[in-house]
Design a protein around this ligand. Structure first.
Ligand code: GMT
Length: 379
């Protein structure tokens, strides 16, 4: 098959979340490689790139008195069909199955024979682990996966879970997430000053959407345990409304220790200023945030859940401890905070690991090869 540039649409959630971030960065990398990229979503994705060959098609959701709940799936599928027809798309790459994969299958059916649209579905985590278990969603997800032209998961763990929970019989390709850090816009010192770090204080960084799976209760338990053992501050880059979290921080008397920032776009500024990542999720199919820190040479401590061990090699690029053991998580953080040499050695191993296995150069060609294979197979 020729290596002509492809025309494809990417559908993802526009809000701050791993799947939307990954999809936006993939669009940026694909456009830089000469492909034409059309984003379709209800809002412009949070980190959607600007530039040539990148387009955004908003989906308008109407609200009718007739419906108690507004419907997004149907207008999304209509927009997918319209963009596919008008721009002669080769394929549609949907990130997160619900409702994107279902809408894509419907769009393809609406196009009939007039335009053969190929559909790639990338599963990110909760679409399988949470919604896949829900009898109100599971059969629809399975149907969309069985009818996609290709399925990928962001980790081997998630592939196993997809087969186990949804009984999908089709081949599933594992394509890990990638991260390509942009240059920081401010110095490390400037960011640390902005966060109010005093001399000798270490900066712990946590990035997440603060959803229940992130187990913020365990994060704050860990912070409380660390108090008085090492001088530090925890910066939380929140991808969601942080008011309930701020209230909990205050209730626990941790206000002096925790700084919160919402909807940060220049995350590299904070990544390069950090000494250690701190994560407490009870489930992660991958954990893009650990990779983001690793890419700039910063190790993380976290619970060994899901696909976390596919990203971070415990003892080499960071430390993983059994889920729920906040004493062990605090001890792991303390060990690395008190040993800058070990921390920077781990950071360097992690940076090289990220470059080799999770950079755009390592991962984006995997998606391109998959697109071309699907197009060649279904001609
Ligand atoms: O973590 C979330 O709640 C958001 C979710 C998403 O779909 O945006 O994240 C999932 O996808 C990320 C990108 O592939 C992964 O790094 C996260 O581990 C995964 N979250 C879970 O599996 C809980």
């Amino acid at each position: 098959m020729s290596d002509r540039p492809l025309r494809l649409a990417i559908t993802c959630y526009p809000s701050v979340g791993g799947s939307g971030i990954l999809a936006s960065e993939l669009g940026e990398e694909l456009a830089a490689r000469g492909h034409e990229i059309h984003f379709i979503s209800y809002e412009r994705p949070f980190r959607m790139p600007e530039g040539p060959r990148v387009f955004f098609h908003p989906v308008k959701v109407s609200s009718y008195d007739l419906f108690k709940y507004p419907d997004y799936t149907l207008p999304l599928s209509v927009k997918m069909a319209e963009v596919s027809r008008e721009h002669s798309l080769d394929l549609l790459h949907v990130h997160y199955a619900v409702p994107h994969a279902t809408a894509a299958i419907l769009a393809r059916a609406m196009l009939h024979e007039e335009h053969r649209l190929r559909i790639i579905t990338t599963l990110h985590g909760t679409d399988t682990m949470l919604l896949g278990r829900d009898p109100g969603y599971g059969p629809a997800i399975r149907h969309a996966l069985e009818n996609s032209d290709a399925i990928t998961t962001v980790s081997a763990f998630l592939r196993r879970e997809t087969v186990r929970l949804l009984g999908v019989q089709r081949p599933i390709e594992i394509v890990h997430n990638f991260f390509e850090p942009h240059p920081a816009t401010r110095s490390r010192a400037a960011v640390r000053a902005e966060l109010g770090l005093r001399d000798g204080e270490a900066l712990l960084l946590h990035l997440s959407n603060l959803r229940p799976l992130k187990r913020i209760d365990l994060l704050l338990d860990t912070v409380a345990r660390l108090q008085g053992r090492v001088p530090f501050k925890l910066a939380v880059l929140a991808g969601a409304d942080s008011a309930p979290f701020a209230a909990e921080v205050a209730r626990r008397g941790l206000g002096g220790q925790v700084v919160i920032r919402e909807r940060v776009t220049e995350i590299e500024d904070y990544l390069q200023a950090a000494d250690l990542g701190l994560f407490s999720s009870e489930a992660e199919s991958f954990c893009l945030s650990v990779l983001e820190l690793m890419s700039v040479g910063c190790p993380s401590v976290a619970f060994a859940v899901g696909g976390m061990g596919e990203v971070s090699r415990s003892g080499e690029t960071g430390l993983l401890v059994p889920f729920g053991d906040t004493a062990a998580l605090a001890a792991a953080a303390e060990t690395l905070l008190l040993d800058p040499k070990k921390r920077s050695a781990m950071g360097e191993v992690g940076r090289l690991h990220a470059r080799k296995n999770f950079s755009a150069a390592a991962i984006v060609p995997r998606y391109e090869a998959l697109y071309r294979r699907v197009l060649a197979e279904s001609r």
